[in-house]
Design a protein around this ligand. Structure first.
Ligand code: HEM
Length: 142
């Protein structure tokens, strides 16, 4: 309210990024998430690059922009258009659940490590869950 519109495509209210602990939180979250991906062969196989570090950085930059931080993601990558960017990867319910498993473990360890208050942590989890469902693009026949 009363804040100028930001250019980070974020619906998040001002102050949330700082409450999470700024860039350090999102750096830790993305690192923990990709440590998880490395442990799940079927999920790891979906990532085209041999080195996960660039994907980890894109994930961190996207998340911190969405959650009200610096807009480096869009400066480097343009509009997120995440559903479009994921269209080349067949994401079925198994892939989504593996992804969410990695996200859940990263969320548990980093929200507790950074003492994120419960309401903010819950908002982040709801977002991750909803966006993982939105990214699903391959459906079982029934
Ligand atoms: C539902 C299961 C998902 C799977 C299996 C999946 C898989 C992938 C893969 C294989 C890539 C390519 C790696 C790269 O080049 O960066 C990627 C990129 C990316 N994913 Fe996901 N993803 C999922 C959900 C999500 C969700 C929910 C988000 C956001 C909350 C997200 C954010 C991103 C971002 C920011 C990139 C990099 C986009 C770019 O700038 O090129 N992903 N994902």
């Amino acid at each position: 309210m009363g804040q100028p519109a930001s250019d980070n495509f974020s619906p998040i209210e001002p102050g949330v990024f700082e409450r999470f602990g700024g860039e350090a939180f999102f750096e830790d979250f993305a690192r923990e998430f990709y440590l998880g991906v490395e442990q799940v062969p079927a999920l790891r196989a979906m990532y085209p690059e041999a080195d996960l570090a660039p994907a980890q950085r894109r994930f961190q930059l996207f998340l911190q922009q969405y959650w009200g931080g610096p807009t480096t993601y869009s400066k480097e990558r343009g509009h997120p258009r995440l559903r479009m960017r994921h269209a080349e990867f067949p994401i079925d319910s198994a892939a989504r659940d593996s992804w969410l498993g990695c996200a859940r473990r990263a969320w548990e360890s980093t929200t507790s490590q950074h003492n994120v208050v419960e309401a903010d942590a819950a908002q982040l989890w709801a977002y991750l869950e909803a966006s993982a469902h939105a990214m699903t693009n391959t459906f079982d026949e029934f």
